[in-house]
Design a protein around this ligand. Structure first.
Ligand SMILES: *[C@@H]1O[C@H](CO)[C@@H](O)[C@H](O)[C@H]1NC(C)=O
Ligand SMILES: [Fe+2]
Length: 442
């Protein structure tokens, strides 16, 4: 009677342990989102007026790089001296300059100078306008492997700073930005501070960007859209046969990348659509086995933010991109991260593209927390956190994608996946006829 049974005590102990483990696991799984951070403060700096500011570079056709910088001095020359050892410039290139006025604001002189031909995978040292400090850049490799850093909707807050620091820690060749750069929101001075903020990274690796809604800065009857963006972030549209800086393409190390515009006409009678068809007809999947597309407003988005905003563009352009066997699509706009399975027409499809929304660079508007439930069948991973992505194209058939959440200032790899190309899965060959028919249609 008095003999206590050990079993129930032991059992309750086990149950207690089990509960504590559950609580611990839950704390781990229930990620506590960090609070928003303030806009960065930029002190005025006193530099000579011919001193180059806001230096950034972009790919400009085969083996060429465009160097962009701003001077307060209107007569500063648009020349770039460069070479492969520090302080010894063996080549000089002359470029062009522009400027713009926006209400009461007058921009500095914006210089664009194309240098090249350049060697692949090589470090170059350069100086802008014969003045100021020396910069260095690295050209992308001739072939695989190549790594892209991807982050959209950057802005200029404490979180932007932490995203940029994490990108700086990774070894990458080219930065891809699917729209919403400075969040200047009509205050032109903030385009200048954004230029200063990104200079350490953007002067060293090419930044390839496409426009978002925050680039528009349109004022009815007074200002056309994209004036500051087009003047400051000139991309290789002429080099890729486009008539607009708002859509263009480029090739790098076995990848053909197409930058589309979510805020310019995209219907089948539009100039953008015609250009897209012409551009796709030039793609040679033997030379560039990977086909990647970027634009701002996502087509596959299960976040409640910006729901349905990409539907019209998707209806107009997805059939063409599907026929062309696009491997990957990156978008921004929604301030969160989401990755789809291979999808087409709203359903998973082995020959469709993987769609990744990565509008979580760190802007001051904060994160988009609310998701539609249940999670759609095509959606594989979604999370509202700031962060950046890394896309390593390993060879013609395999790419490794990872997304790194900014967790307490540490870049934490939170999502990762191997992606195999549509060339290797046979889709490109299967759809060759369909594509040719679409490209030839008037
Ligand atoms: C491509 O890379 C993957 C992953 O590292 C590897 O398994 C595969 O064998 C490689 N293919 C070729 C053709 O080198
Ligand atoms: Fe946006």
């Amino acid at each position: 009677m008095m003999d206590p049974k050990p079993e129930p005590v032991f059992l309750s102990f086990l149950v207690l342990c089990f509960i504590s483990v559950l609580i611990l696991v839950n704390v781990e799984a229930d990620y506590v989102r960090p609070p928003p951070r303030k806009d960065l403060h930029f002190p005025w700096s006193l530099k000579p007026s011919s001193h180059p500011q806001q230096v950034h570079i972009s790919l400009a056709g085969d083996n060429h790089m465009r160097i962009t910088w701003i001077t307060d001095d209107k007569s500063a020359p648009s020349l770039v001296e460069y070479g492969t050892s520090p302080g010894r410039y063996t080549s000089v290139a002359q470029g062009e300059s522009t400027s713009y006025d926006y209400m009461l604001y007058s921009s500095g002189t914006i210089h664009h100078t194309v240098i090249g031909p350049l060697e692949h995978g090589t470090v170059y040292f350069y100086r802008c306008g014969g003045d100021g400090e020396e910069f260095q850049l690295k050209t992308p490799p001739a072939q695989f492997p190549i790594t892209f850093a991807v982050a959209g909707d950057l802005g200029q807050t404490g979180w932007t700073k932490s995203t940029l620091e994490h990108i700086d820690q990774c070894k990458y060749d080219v930065h891809l930005l699917p729209g919403d750069l400075s969040y200047a929101n009509y205050v032109q001075r903030r385009w200048d501070t954004f230029g200063e903020l990104v200079q350490p990274l953007a002067s060293a690796r090419p930044w390839m960007v496409t426009e978002g809604n925050h680039e528009k800065e349109y004022i009815p009857f007074i200002k056309d859209g994209f004036q500051s963006y087009n003047a400051r972030w000139k991309m290789p549209y002429e080099e890729s046969g486009s008539s607009s800086n708002l859509y263009y393409s480029f090739e790098v190390s076995g990848i053909h990348l197409i930058m589309l515009g979510s805020y310019t006409d995209y219907d089948e009678y539009s100039d953008q659509y015609r250009w897209l068809k012409a551009d796709l007809s030039k793609v040679d999947r033997k030379k560039t086995p990977w086909l990647v597309v970027l634009f701002h407003v996502p087509w596959y988005n299960s976040n409640k933010a910006h729901q349905g905003e990409g539907d019209q563009m998707m209806a107009a352009m997805e059939p063409l991109l599907y026929a062309a066997s696009v491997d990957l699509v990156f978008a921004g706009h929604v301030h969160a991260y989401e990755r789809s399975k291979r999808v087409n027409n709203g359903r998973s499809d082995r020959c469709g593209a993987v769609h990744i929304t990565i509008g979580d660079g760190g802007n001051g508007e904060g994160l988009a927390h609310k998701y539609k439930n249940p999670q759609p069948e095509w959606s594989e991973f979604r999370e509202a956190s700031f962060g950046h992505g890394e896309l390593k194209m390993v060879n013609s058939t395999h790419a490794f994608w990872s997304w790194h959440r900014n967790d307490d200032d540490e870049p934490v790899r939170s999502d990762q996946i191997w992606i195999t190309s549509l060339v290797s899965s046979g889709c490109v060959a299967e759809k060759g006829y369909e594509l040719r028919k679409m490209l030839l249609a008037p």
